[in-house]
Design a protein around this ligand. Structure first.
Ligand code: NAD
Length: 387
């Protein structure tokens, strides 16, 4: 999307440690924008009240006024929100995603010195997982084994298609559409090109699920070679002698192999594009490679807006103590700047975080492993703005 020079950006403080880390992130983002563009660009923050704060003020966790704000302004920096367990309560996060039609989930996973990674050479981990967010088994189209629908479906399959399914089997449906695959593939390739990444790997289990995951692979390749022809080269073309110089490499890997590859040959992978279910698994697995999901940011984005956040939750035991690590939501802010096209400011944030950790300026969660004195949430954010 097109970003004006002084855009209104919404923030949602969130619950638990949310208000502290969100405010810390806003101060770091403002400083990076000021450094990168002087006064020619500036974010105008506006609060959308959601979660516990809204419950207290308006008796409702998601007031209509906040829905309207998100619908109108469409770029949101969001602190973690508590999802009460059970009881007909749709997750606030899902609601925001639907308002924004945010069909892609993007999670960069990059190692920082000081983290306790299970890998021998963790500094090679620098991946971006782009997960399709609206299709696949996650649509929840499924029936209990003894429901009338399951009975009817089994009858139909047996009679019309000569497919036998056990009488005690529940049934789920896995829709993967061309339209949804191609819009997320387009997003992944554009992101890779804009941010100077080397490759996009399509992850799929197309050898077994030919017409869903296999089709995902085919449709994604089609977008790459039809819409980005002069900017990409496929692995097959390279194997036949085409030059890779200055082009984005497009390849694909079978899902189970992909898991092995990110552990054993991490450095060969960069952006990974995956259908919903594979993407869910691989984003957490990739997160585990760097040893601490508390420092990861993520985004849910569509063509007309996005929500940017930390991967972790509300960590209620640390709420109000100025000890939580704000790095996750600051990384969310970095992603937000990339989506706004404010790449210079985003790069400054990335540099500051790495530098702070190098200088052993960290919050309590990392200080423990590094044997250094911890900085508070606010002080850590301040340290970033001074690097
Ligand atoms: P959590 O991420 O809140 O906590 C997991 C562990 O990590 C805890 O020990 C916590 O103290 C620690 N931790 C997390 N973030 C930290 C930080 N920034 N600094 C230091 N330590 C940190 O996960 P949980 O306990 O499973 O969930 C708590 C609540 O958060 C639940 O209500 C859940 O629904 C919600 N949640 C929200 C989101 C979101 O808004 N995107 C994501 C996950 C969980």
């Amino acid at each position: 999307w097109q970003t004006p020079n002084k855009p209104i950006v919404l923030f949602i403080e969130g619950d638990g440690i949310g208000p502290e880390i969100t405010r810390a992130a806003m101060s770091v983002i403002d400083k990076a924008v000021e450094r990168a563009y002087k006064s020619s660009r500036q974010i105008k923050w506006m609060e959308a009240i959601v979660g516990e704060k809204a419950e207290k003020m308006a008796g409702n966790r998601f007031p209509q006024e906040s829905v309207d704000l998100i619908q109108r302004y469409r770029v949101v920096l969001k602190g973690p929100l508590e999802t009460p367990v059970g009881g007909g309560f749709r997750s606030l996060n899902v609601t925001i995603r639907l308002i924004l039609d945010a069909y892609a989930n993007i999670r960069p996973v990059k190692y920082m010195k000081g983290l306790e990674s299970p890998l021998r050479n963790p500094e090679k981990v620098d991946l971006i997982i782009v997960r399709e967010n609206t299709d696949d088994l996650y649509r929840g189209i499924e029936w209990r084994w003894d429901s009338p629908e399951a009975v009817k479906l089994r009858d139909f399959l047996r009679r019309e298609l000569k497919v036998e399914i056990e009488d005690d089997a529940g049934i789920g449906v896995k829709p993967i559409s061309k339209y949804k695959t191609q819009r997320v593939a387009r997003m992944a390739i554009r992101y890779a090109l804009q941010n100077g990444r080397r490759s996009v790997t399509i992850m799929h289990k197309g050898n077994i699920m030919k017409y869903t995951e296999g089709a995902f692979r085919e449709w994604a390749y089609e977008v790459a070679v039809k819409e980005f022809r002069d900017k990409v080269v496929t692995e097959e073309e390279v194997s036949k002698g085409a030059s890779q110089a200055g082009r984005l490499l497009i390849n694909d890997r079978i899902a189970d192999n992909m898991f092995q590859q990110i552990i054993t040959r991490t450095e060969s992978y960069d952006v990974i594009l995956a259908p919903n279910l594979d993407g869910d698994y691989i984003s957490d697995a990739a997160g585990a490679l760097i040893g601490n999901i508390g420092v990861l940011g993520g985004a849910n984005v569509g063509d007309t807006g996005g929500m940017f956040e930390a991967v972790h939750g509300t960590a209620p035991k640390y709420a109000g103590k100025n000890v939580a690590n704000p790095t996750g939501i600051i990384r969310g802010g970095e992603l937000m700047l990339r989506f706004m096209g404010w790449t210079e400011a985003a790069n400054l944030i990335d540099k500051a975080i790495n530098e702070a950790v190098n200088q052993r300026k960290v919050t309590q969660d990392l200080a423990r492993f590094m044997n250094v004195q911890a900085l508070g949430t606010k002080e850590f954010a301040q340290a970033l703005t001074q690097i």
